[in-house]
Structure formats: structure tokens, C-alpha cells
Design a binder for this molecule. Structure first.
Ligand code: TRP
Length: 333
């Protein structure tokens, strides 16, 4: 590594099979960055522990996500793809960073407040430290660029403050302030047409689903709420199906829907069928690669282990520098 424009790091919690929101909001961006940057992509299983009720599906969820990432074009030769807990140094750095983090900063973060609101029964110490662990992820590899959605902006700003506090407190330059890189499609709405696509809201469209399932999901999509009857003219500008057309359909069909919806020339059912057809066609190559990878999960595990080995080398070096900067007693050489 270290011969391209800079080092990129990003992580995602292992949510299992990925949906279109993950693909357009994150994964495609990860894939595109590989040609210009050295990239490290982490499946952050420890972060998942902060909110998960059971760890029963954790291993499977990591594998499902890795399969989708690989099928979408993450190249494990070029980039480092690994499971967070396989490089336990991140937890050591988390503890050391925690010493320069004021409590109030953590309790003030909007992301923390939101999680407390959503799970008031499960506010554990790990959840409070979530952003510190995320900082450790980024800083352990001295990442310069972090591609994330806008919802993660407070965590990135937090990370930059941690770097400044740490470097100032210990009179060092070891930690590097990362830059946030916002993603192109920040918000993909779910089938309800209102909320961000998410598995927990059951409004997702899986990228690796079969064509029939995809079409069925598309048929449940909410369209322009003011268009009640087939004969009513619709407004594509407020229709989530139309925003999907804009992402997956050829220009002539986008233009046709834009024109015909407004004059009730095309109904929502036909409009959705057309969109599902184009969506399935654009996902076909990814799905074929995934089916192939599903038969080789041993090989995928090896790729994850190899990624962890490469990540650990970088992590060990950073931790030597960090311990030294803090002034911890030396242990052999
Ligand atoms: N908090 C991020 C999210 O929920 C996931 C994450 C963990 C992450 N560690 C990271 C993202 C490091 C970027 C860099 O999406």
C-alpha cells in the first residue's frame, strides 16, 4: 500500500445481505475509490455488539456482507477487506484514546442521543464509546479519507477532535486528522417512499434477491400519494419509483415516464414493472458473481483472514508509535 493518492478507510456494521441503499450510498463508492486510493474496508462486528440483541447471526451476517461487497467489485487483492475483531489492536487504541475524550462530548453526540431514544433499555458503556471505537478504526490505519454518509459527519468531526487532543496532550504527531468524503447518493428511500431504506424498517430491496422477489418488492413501493386512481395524473417529482427510474433506467424510459405519468398515460403498475425490469437488468452481473462466490465461501474466509493479516501489520506499527508517544513503559523491543 501507500503508492496512490492517499489512504481510505471505511467500515460498516455487519447487517447481512445488503440492500440498494447500502449499494448506492456506500458500496459503489468504496468500489470506485479503489482505482485511485489505497483502501481498507472493515466489517465492524464489535460496533455491531453495541446494539445487537443476539449474536446468533453475527458470523453469517459478516459473510453475507462480504459476499455482497465482493460481488459489487471490492477487490481483495488491491484493497484490504477484513473483519474488525480480527485486528484486536483497535480495542487497545480505543482504550488509550478514551483518556483524552471528555464524557460530555460523547453524551452530546446526536447519534448517541438517537440510540438512547430508540433503545432506552439497552444503554451500555460500549454504546457510549461507539464513536471512540470508530475513531480507533480510522486512526489505527492513519486513514486520510473516510467515505461515509452525512449521518456520520458528527463522528468524523469527533475523530478529528480526538486527534488534536491526543497529539496536543502527548506532544506528538502520530495521529492523522482524517477528511470526510460525503457520498454521492446520500439517501435512498425505502419502498415506503418516506424513510431511508433500512432492513429494520422492512422497506428494503436486497441487491442479491432473485428477479421475481425484486419485482414483488418493487410492486409494493409507494408512489405519488396524490395519485389515487389510474386516470389521475401523477407527479414523478414526488414519486420514489421515478427516482429509481432515474438511477436504473435508460434515458428514453426516464423521459417517457416523466412525460406519461403527468398525463396519466402510464399507470403506476406498468411504471413499476418497467423499473423492476431495468433494476434486475442492472443488477444481473453482480448477482451472477455473487452466486459464484456463494459456492466458494472458504475462499472468501481466506481473503478476510489475509486482509486481517495485512491490516494487523499496519496496526502493530501504529500501536508501537502510540504507546511510545504516551510514554507507556517499554516492553522488550
Ligand atoms: N459508524 C459507522 C456507521 O454506522 C460504521 C463505522 C465504524 C465506520 N467504524 C467506522 C465508518 C470507521 C467509517 C470509518 O455507518
Amino acid at each position: 500500500m501507500k503508492n496512490k493518492k492517499g489512504l481510505v478507510f471505511s467500515g460498516a456494521r455487519p447487517t447481512g445481505r445488503q440492500h440498494l441503499g447500502n449499494l448506492l450510498g456506500a458500496i459503489q463508492n468504496y468500489v470506485a475509490l479503489q482505482s485511485e486510493y489505497d483502501c481498507i474496508y472493515s466489517i465492524v462486528d464489535i460496533h455491531a455488539l453495541t446494539t445487537v440483541e443476539t449474536t446468533a447471526g453475527l458470523r453469517e451476517n459478516c459473510m453475507e456482507m462480504a459476499l455482497d461487497w465482493l460481488a459489487a467489485g471490492i477487490d481483495p487483492e488491491q484493497s484490504i477487506m477484513f473483519i474488525q475483531s480480527h485486528v484486536p489492536q483497535v480495542m487497545e487504541l480505543h482504550t488509550l484514546l478514551s483518556m483524552v475524550v471528555p464524557m460530555g462530548k460523547l453524551t452530546d453526540l446526536p447519534t448517541f442521543k438517537e440510540k438512547v431514544r430508540m433503545h432506552p433499555q439497552n444503554v451500555n458503556y460500549g454504546l457510549l464509546g461507539y464513536p471512540v471505537l470508530m475513531s480507533a478504526d480510522i486512526l489505527l490505519y492513519k486513514a486520510e479519507i473516510v467515505p461515509v454518509g452525512i449521518d456520520q459527519a458528527p463522528h468524523l468531526e469527533f475523530t478529528r477532535e480526538v486527534v488534536r487532543s491526543f497529539n496536543y496532550r502527548y506532544g506528538t504527531q502520530v495521529l492523522v486528522e482524517p477528511q470526510m468524503k460525503g457520498t454521492k447518493f446520500t439517501k435512498v428511500l425505502g419502498t415506503d417512499g418516506v424513510n431511508k431504506m433500512s432492513k429494520s424498517l422492512d422497506n428494503e430491496i436486497e441487491i442479491a434477491a432473485d428477479e421475481e422477489t425484486t419485482q414483488k418488492r418493487v410492486m409494493t413501493m409507494v408512489t405519488d400519494p396524490a395519485r389515487l386512481r389510474r386516470s389521475d395524473p401523477g407527479n414523478p417529482d414526488v414519486c420514489n419509483v421515478f427516482s429509481f427510474h432515474k438511477m436504473f433506467s435508460p434515458q428514453e424510459d426516464i423521459d417517457m415516464v416523466d412525460r406519461e405519468c403527468r398525463v396519466a398515460g402510464i399507470g403506476c403498475v406498468d411504471c413499476k414493472k418497467l423499473m423492476a425490469k431495468h433494476l434486475n437488468a442492472s443488477l444481473a452481473p453482480l448477482r451472477e458473481r455473487r452466486r459464484e462466490l456463494e459456492t466458494k465461501t472458504d475462499q472468501v474466509l481466506e481473503q478476510l483472514y489475509d486482509g486481517a493479516d495485512r491490516a494487523r501489520k499496519i496496526a502493530d506499527q501504529t500501536m508501537r508509535e502510540v504507546r511510545d508517544a504516551i510514554g507507556l513503559p517499554r516492553y522488550r523491543a
